[in-house]
Design a protein around this ligand. Structure first.
Ligand SMILES: [Zn+2]
Length: 253
């Protein structure tokens, strides 16, 4: 099974990589970058993100990967994109490939996103439900990214019919046309659950859901009886939050 995870607004094609190649090897990555200095920098950042995200979502570090992850880096001012391709063999991760594109100051945030995908793939040993995979990855990024998506979601709350029912969101295996809306909703639901319990619990919830379904997993880890109950509580919470923000803005001098 091959699973491709795209970060926000990444293009769907896996663009070819510049021929000039100063590959740098770290314990888990082979970094291909326009020059050696960038390759060394990104190698360090990728190893750090791999460790940080594993500690956050698993509570322990992943073992070194048997096959290093090829990480292709492109400098592109104004962008912050990434693509991770994960190949599974049976119930374990065979290998990852990664491509990131952006201004260098955005690399830590993009890497946090992409490495979160690798950690969740490791935890489940199979493709992770899309909403949870992207929701978790987005919430690992810097605040400017989540703030922007919160704005998108606030607009969705105002319009009828833009929000995908959770029962459907939870079974989506591919990206819908409205990619920004999907990331905004996925991260909103994920954050609602993360505010109740920690990240390790969220991963345990995904594992339970994989074998026993969403309702049983919600009951076991969050004391929520079923998806429809989660939907109600989540929407009420999000509407309350949006109202608070609007009234706070209204009272500014
Ligand atoms: Zn992603």
């Amino acid at each position: 099974v091959t699973r491709v995870c795209l970060s926000l607004l990444a293009c769907l094609s896996l663009a070819s990589v510049a021929a000039a190649d100063d590959a740098v090897r770290t314990p888990n990555f082979v970094v291909h970058a326009p020059n050696r200095e960038v390759a060394v920098l990104v190698g360090k950042q990728a190893e750090a993100a791999r460790k940080t995200q594993a500690m956050q979502w698993l509570g322990y570090e992943m073992r070194p990967w048997k096959r290093p992850c090829d990480l292709h880096v492109k400098l592109a001012p104004g962008l912050a994109e990434g693509v991770t391709t994960t190949r599974f063999d049976g119930d374990w991760v065979f290998r990852h490939d990664m491509e990131i594109k952006g201004a260098r100051e955005r690399f830590p945030s993009v890497l946090a996103h992409e490495l979160t995908h690798t950690v969740l793939a490791h935890a489940l040993g199979k493709p992770v439900p899309r909403w949870a995979d992207e929701g978790a990855a987005v919430l690992s990024e810097e605040k400017s990214v989540t703030d922007r998506l919160d704005g998108v979601f606030e607009q969705m709350l105002k319009k009828r019919g833009q929000i995908v029912p959770l029962q459907r969101l939870f079974t989506m295996t591919d990206y819908p046309d409205d990619r920004a809306g999907f990331y905004a909703q996925a991260s909103s639901v994920t954050r609602f659950l993360l505010e109740r319990k920690d990240r390790v619990t969220f991963v345990a919830f995904l594992r339970t859901a994989d074998g026993k379904g969403w309702d049983i997993a919600l009951r076991k880890h969050y004391d929520i009886r079923r998806v429809s109950e989660l939907e109600k509580a989540w929407l009420a919470d999000q509407r309350g939050r949006a109202e608070k923000r609007i009234s706070a803005e209204g009272s500014k001098p």
